[in-house]
Write a protein that binds this ligand. Sequence first.
Ligand SMILES: [Zn+2]
Length: 140
Amino acid sequence: MRIHNVLPSAALSDPGREYRASEPGVPLRCCLRKSLAGEPVWLFRHSPSVGKGPYSEVGPIFTHVDCPDTPSLDRLPVELLNNPRILRSYNAAGQIHDGEVVEPGSFDRTIAGLFNNPAIEAIQVRSLSHGCFFFAVTRS
Ligand SMILES: [Zn+2]
């Protein structure tokens, strides 16, 4: 699988972005981990590229202002998967194919199962409580 993160430069396209000098514990979409105290972050509106047309959504996400890390994009980020998450699958046209709640420990197996279906092109991983987009997954 291939993980798709969001670079901090994406924040620059939102004129309403907010700078936070320290916002510990928020899920960072750049390096795919939780923020630490004293790390400046952006909070901004983002539309994941996976959903298209009527399925294109905009929601709030955090990234570093200057990301110090290079995440591994060939395996799931464990620090963002320690709670149940929503997995939304999309077809090649960017329409939602299905959605399901997945418990920690079941992500790899569930994603592999979804990609056994040739109609599924990409998966969005989202927060269960807030619905926020975390990252996307495609076949490698
Ligand atoms: Zn980062």
